[in-house]
Ligand binder design. Structure first.
Ligand code: ADP
Length: 188
């Protein structure tokens, strides 16, 4: 089974490209952001806790995310592959993922790292905020999410680089062009 980590800062296009990968390759998809938003909508205990972090542009604590992921992973035993979208977001999560996959006899196949410069990210997220209804798509929270990305999430790149799994993808251009770059890496 292939395990893809789709990585990049907020607004880099992970959700959009996940849809393309699902459509072409039929992989299972785990978006920690989507799972958290569903928990918030259903007003679960986890959702209530997550809301405070998300609205401040901070990360939800690792222990909660890792438990949540472990439960979700068991839904995909028959998939050809799995896309991890928005996870891992800290080095501790990357280490936990490695352990969870090793317990299933697997490992991350490749980290697809979408590269987009900050001004473009802010413009995309503000535009999305006009229609997304997401309480974190406003300028103040966007700036905090980018700071959180730079301080806590970007170091995950070094983890996968050291594992020989890093594939940098230019994340600007048309959606189709970017997907073409991703497809080349998936098929390597
Ligand atoms: P984006 O990548 O556009 O910021 P996501 O939907 O992936 O959006 O995540 C939204 C928010 O959910 C994040 O800002 C963070 O607060 C929380 N979150 C999502 N995934 C994780 C994770 N793996 N670890 C910690 N917090 C997370």
């Amino acid at each position: 089974m292939k395990y893809l980590v789709l990585f990049g800062p907020p607004g880099s296009g992970k959700g959009t490209q996940s849809e393309n990968i699902i459509a072409k390759y039929g992989y299972g998809h785990i978006s920690t952001g989507d799972v958290l938003r569903a928990e918030m909508k259903n007003e679960t205990e986890l959702g209530k806790i997550a809301k405070d972090y998300i609205e401040k542009g901070q990360l939800v604590p690792d222990s909660l995310i890792i438990d949540m992921l472990a439960k979700t992973l068991d839904n995909f035993t028959d998939a050809k592959g799995i896309i991890f979208d928005g996870f891992p977001r800290t080095t501790a999560q990357a280490v936990a993922l490695k352990k969870m996959l090793a317990a299933r006899g697997g490992d991350v196949t490749v980290m697809l790292n979408l590269i987009v410069e900050e001004q473009e990210l802010i413009a995309r997220l503000l535009k999305r905020g006009e229609t997304s209804g997401r309480s974190d798509d406003n300028l103040e929270t966007i700036q905090k999410r980018l700071d959180t990305y730079n301080s806590q999430t970007a170091p995950v790149i070094d983890f996968y680089k050291a594992e020989g799994k890093l594939a940098n993808i230019k994340g600007v251009g048309t959606i189709d062009d970017i997907f073409e770059r991703i497809s080349i890496e998936i098929e390597k």
